[in-house]
Design a protein around this ligand. Structure first.
Ligand SMILES: Nc1ncnc2c1ncn2[C@@H]1O[C@H](COP(=O)(O)OP(=O)(O)OP(=O)(O)O)[C@@H](O)[C@H]1O
Length: 767
């Protein structure tokens, strides 16, 4: 093997040399393209500032400007391409490849090296294959012997003779293994044994077979992934995005992909993965942000707000109303409500311009009443919209010669007047036969601009009083209930009103309200989105998922989560979930993939975590060993000392230590207890985007999706985690830890932990 290693090192040196050569060339090209762009841009700026007052000159300038614009576009594109090439070569330089496969294809032996991107020499030979190329699939899927990979002409079978993995650092091969497995465990041990960075890393060198299935799936329109904690769901999504971008380069760009993520901290945690693979990040949004943007900035309650509020009290009444509002049946209930609406049931608001009513609610109401009831309400609202847009256009036409408009035009500066005249419609200006009609044209443009906000309001259906309409929908539901339930719905209505006064809305109301609005207006859909990814699916209600499907009707959905980490709802079996989603989404090609192997935590931590679950035996732990989780008893008078001591101990060996609490209030208490700790301690809130310290304090729900070298579970006592409802919380807490887990209890420990000690003796060191 030593000789083999020399040969490999030799080859690596040659490839590194080739990369350096190409990089040098690319950088020179890039510099040239960059200077050319700057030159063309400054030329363009000089040309566009030419005085366009003289019509003939302006005509000429206009043609020139068009030409300049297209030159700018062309050189910018060249510059971008060169920048990408430089970026890719720089990526390759750090670690040119991580895998090698030897195959025999049609009796012809070939050796392929797999890396982050493809590299060809001048003669066109592939020195490195991109990990996403079809043939590279062999590296991830195949064991030695006959294997197949997809080609445009169907499956091609080859004989896989050798599979080799490398760890390369600073141009040196530091480890090298031959393996028959998908990706050998040595490489994984190496990758997983590292200390945690603040940001997630890509896993392309060690993607596992079942993860690869998720990454390379191009056929399912609904892919549901149920994966245990730390099984690589988030990693798989990100590599999948990189894969899809590579495969559909022509039709797909990262703006057509959106990831619904659990919180902002998570968004920044994963932000480096795609750039490290040479791709731009997809869009990212939390559910509350998504709803809020569609509700003109209304503050939408987050799951965390809801959880915190309910620490104190949640009555059966509000719980059961919520269940109904968040269920899939809400969509048909809205349809039923819509079907029985008459014109007089539609609520309108006035549209204002400069503090005066421009179109009154009465006007809308009166017009709607004139429309034939043979049309649906939605069709009538659409007719109404068109009608008022026409009224606005007519009003502009009729006023363009009005004296007050002329007076306002006279008060414009020359520049403002020229701007209205514009440079792109000059021909139209010239065709105008005399000065009068030029003035009329300017007047028309002036009014159109002034009243743009009215036009926008009509376009966006702002004349509908959607909040009042939703109240009336709640009333409709209420009428169908018995006395006791009707009272619950009345309370819901009152809470909705109250929240609205503060410009807020409960999460449970957001999806039904938006469904109702979109049903009335026929809007709310974004046809351009191609892929939607939903992480932590267990925290989404069916109504919310259905609204996302409605909002992105053309998109393929990848929905991932772990029902055991359900902090907020009941656990469901993966198959039941798939069936429910597939039916709701009307999926033609649904697929379910289960990930049972947990990579994040040591064997000892995961053994403890899985013992918390009733069906935890299905979880396969990765055999990376570490210290046993520990439990330490504290008392109110010793907790400050215990916490400081625990943090100090863990910091001796680990980079990041997170203290996870049940609630935000308890996180404040911990921060206070660590006031004198000599290092910076950061308390994280829902709105935070970045970690700035090595010692972190946060409630468990904010740690969703994240991981830390060491975790301290704060106060895992009977009072904090009293019964089965807290299993999801404790399991999530434990599975955030990569290398060490220390639990601290104030008073008697949670019965959930006692039960673990009883079933898996010695899974926990009691101090
Ligand atoms: N194939 C792999 N190679 C190397 N590391 C991996 C692999 N799969 C997962 N990991 C690592 O395991 C850890 C957990 O992965 P990830 O966060 O994607 O899991 P998850 O299923 O989303 O977890 P959770 O649901 O608990 O948030 C990460 O550090 C990730 O880098």
């Amino acid at each position: 093997m030593a000789k083999e290693r020399d040969l490999e090192q030799h080859r690596l040196n040659d490839v590194a040399q080739e990369i350096d050569k190409q990089l040098q060339k690319a950088e020179t090209f890039y510099d040239k393209a960059h200077s050319e762009t700057r030159a063309v841009e400054s030329n363009y700026i000089a040309n566009t500032s030419i005085n366009t007052a003289e019509v003939d000159d302006a005509m000429e300038t206009n043609a020139e400007i068009q030409q300049q614009r297209s030159i700018v576009a062309r050189v910018t594109e060249t510059e971008n391409i060169m920048a990408k090439t430089v970026g890719t070569l720089k990526l390759l330089r750090k670690s040119p490849y991580f895998g090698r496969v030897d195959i025999i294809e049609d009796n012809w032996p070939e050796t392929l090296y797999i890396g982050l991107a493809s590299l060809q020499d001048e003669a066109g030979n592939f020195l490195i294959y991109d990990w996403r190329a079809p043939i590279s699939g062999i590296y991830y899927n195949g064991t030695l012997g006959k294997v197949a990979y997809p080609t445009p002409n169907g499956e091609q079978t080859v004989d896989l003779q050798k599979k080799r993995q490398f760890v390369i650092q600073d141009g040196q091969i530091t480890s090298m293994f031959d393996t028959n497995e998908t990706v050998g465990d040595e490489m994984l041990q190496y990758a997983l044994g590292q200390q945690n960075d603040d940001v997630m890393r890509n896993i392309v060198a060690t993607i596992q077979k079942e993860q690869n299935q998720i990454i390379r799936d191009t056929t399912s329109d609904l892919l549901v992934v149920q994966g245990v904690a730390g099984s690589g769901k988030t990693s798989a999504i990100l590599q999948r995005i990189a894969f899809l971008l590579f495969h559909s380069r022509e039709e797909l760009n990262s703006d057509q992909i959106v990831l619904l993520s659990p919180n902002r901290l998570f968004s920044s945690y994963i932000a480096d993965v795609l750039p490290s693979l040479g791709e731009r990040n997809m869009r990212q949004v939390t559910l509350a942000e998504f709803f809020s943007a569609r509700l003109q900035g209304l503050i939408v309650q987050t799951l965390f707000d809801r959880y915190e509020q309910e620490q104190h009290f949640i009555g059966q009444a509000s719980y059961s109303v919520r269940q109904e509002l968040e269920s899939e049946q809400i969509v048909s209930l809205i349809d039923d409500y819509m079907a029985q609406l008459s014109a007089s049931d539609i609520h309108f608001v006035d549209i204002y311009y400069e503090d005066k009513v421009f179109f009154g609610a009465q006007e809308f109401q009166a017009y709607l009443a004139t429309l034939s009831t043979s049309y649906t309400i939605r069709e009538r609202i659409s007719q109404l919209q068109k009608h008022f847009m026409q009224v606005l256009t007519d009003r502009i036409e009729s006023l363009q010669d009005a004296d007050w408009v002329q007076t306002e035009l006279d008060n414009l500066t020359d520049q403002e007047y020229q701007n209205l005249l514009g440079d792109d419609d000059l021909e139209e200006t010239l065709v105008a036969e005399n000065e009068d009609s030029v003035i009329s044209l300017v007047a028309k443009r002036y009014l159109t601009k002034q009243w743009q906000a009215i036009d926008d309001a009509l376009y966006n259906n702002f004349y509908l009083d959607i909040y009042q309409q939703y109240r009336s929908f709640l009333q409709y539901v209420m009428q169908q209930k018995n006395d006791e339930q009707a009272e619950w719905w009345r309370a819901k209505q009152r809470r909705f009103d109250l929240q609205l006064e503060y410009h807020r809305i409960d999460l449970e109301d957001a999806a039904p309200l938006l469904f109702l609005r979109d049903e009335l207006t026929g809007g709310g859909t974004n046809q351009a989105m191609s892929y939607v990814f939903i992480d932590e699916m267990q925290d989404y209600a069916m109504a919310q998922l259905l609204y996302l499907k409605h909002a992105f009707p053309k998109a393929k959905f990848t929905v991932l989560g772990d029902s055991e980490q359900a902090l907020f709802r009941q656990v469901e079996t993966p198959q039941a979930l798939l069936n429910k989603y597939a039916q709701g989404f009307d999926a033609q090609k649904p697929a379910l993939i289960k990930l049972n192997r947990a990579y994040r935590s040591t064997h000892e931590i995961m053994n403890f975590a899985k013992a918390l679950l009733p069906d935890g035996n299905d979880i396969v732990t990765f055999t990376r060993h570490g210290e046993k989780p520990s439990l330490r008893q504290a008392y109110p008078e010793t907790i400050v000392e215990v916490l400081n001591d625990e943090v100090a101990q863990l910091r001796q060996n680990f980079q990041t230590v997170a203290i996870l609490t049940k609630t935000a209030e308890q996180a404040e208490l911990v921060l206070e207890a660590l006031r004198r700790y000599p290092e910076k301690v950061q308390l994280l809130h829902a709105m935070d985007r970045t970690r700035t310290a090595n010692v972190l304090v946060m409630p468990i729900y904010l740690a969703k999706g994240l991981e830390f070298d060491a975790v301290i579970g704060y106060d895992v006592s009977q009072s904090n985690y009293p019964d089965d409802k807290a299993i999801g919380l404790l399991y999530t807490l434990a599975s955030r830890a990569m290398h060490a887990l220390h639990l601290v209890t104030i008073g008697p420990v949670s019965p959930l932990i006692i039960q673990v000690q009883n079933t898996v003796a010695s899974s926990l060191l009691v101090q």
